[in-house]
Write a protein that binds this ligand. Structure first.
Ligand SMILES: [Zn+2]
Length: 300
């Protein structure tokens, strides 16, 4: 039995079609004893992992069989992915254990510091994650609305993302009300009323209402500037809020851009979606970031 097999694989989770069996064993959850107990025993065709429990102790074992063809076949080799000292068992009926992000979040919040975390979640299903280290994705956008839309949508996508590696979203949200309060002008033009930005002592007009031209500063994106030019024949002094153009930051970035209408684009480190992106487009964008930053990740 080998012990080091999992150390190079972070975010190890079983694939959807890989069965995780749960077994109890009235002995020490150590390599020699586990091998003696399980070697030669029959395992179901799809079973690739066994969560072994003895009282409060838990171990995660990967098994190998000589063949996956027959319905059952004898176990021919075992490796210990996480032993009882570094393994936790969490029960949480709210967690969909088929979603890697949900597994990682549960592991990091409910059993911080543990390498291997088994989760008994929704429908009573049992799965696990070894060495949870979610891909951090910075989400660049502007708000209102509240909650910030792209960030909220990305969270909703990840709630159901069975095919994506574990992802943790890091908000980088520009607050338009704050931008407005720092603007040099006492007269501001915002893209639309929907956001409901108000600033004390400052008059605010909304571009989508095509107000009478005044001397104002546009708090908006390039598309708003283009609309301004269309309406009034000139560009306005502007605080550019387009998240795509925001400087700085490293790592994976999800941003949106006013000028994209129908497709997503990839810049250097960021994937950019349209301002009104659909959940499907955000799913595609997160998948593109995962391909770029976690190219070798796949369910085990
Ligand atoms: Zn833009």
């Amino acid at each position: 039995m080998t012990e080091a097999a999992a150390t190079l694989r972070t975010n190890l989770v079983p694939g959807a079609y890989r069965g995780v069996a749960v077994a109890s064993f009235d002995g020490p959850l150590q390599p020699a004893e586990l091998t003696r107990h399980f070697l030669g025993r029959e395992a179901y065709r799809r079973t690739r992992f066994i969560v072994v429990r003895n009282g409060d102790d838990t171990a995660i074992v990967e098994i190998h069989k000589e063949s996956d063809q027959p319905l059952f076949a004898p176990i021919s080799a075992l490796s210990l992915l996480a032993g009882p000292a570094e393994c936790a068992y969490v029960e949480d009926p709210e967690v969909d254990t088929a979603v890697p992000t949900a597994l990682a979040r549960t592991a990091l919040t409910r059993a911080p510091g543990k390498r291997g975390v088994v989760v008994q979640g929704r429908y009573g299903h049992v799965s696990f994650i070894v060495d949870p280290r979610p891909l951090r994705v910075t989400v660049r956008e502007a708000s209102p609305p509240y909650p910030a839309k792209l960030l909220d949508q990305a969270h909703r996508v990840l709630e159901l993302a069975e095919e994506l590696p574990p992802i943790e979203l890091v908000p980088d949200v520009m607050d338009l009300a704050e931008q407005a309060s720092h603007a040099p002008d006492t007269s501001l033009l915002l893209p639309c009323r929907g956001g409901g930005v108000t600033v004390d002592g400052v008059s605010v007009d909304y571009l989508d209402e095509r107000p009478e031209r005044r001397q104002w500063t546009l708090i908006g994106c390039e598309r708003s500037q283009q609309i301004h030019e269309w309406f009034y024949g000139e560009r306005a002094p502007q605080v550019d809020i387009c998240p795509r153009k925001r400087a700085g930051g490293t790592g994976a970035i999800l941003a949106k851009c006013c000028l994209l209408e129908t497709h997503i684009e990839t810049d250097d480190t960021q994937v950019v979606v349209p301002w009104g992106a659909s959940l499907a487009q955000i799913t595609d964008a997160l998948a593109a970031l995962a391909d770029e930053w976690e190219p070798s990740w796949a369910p085990a």
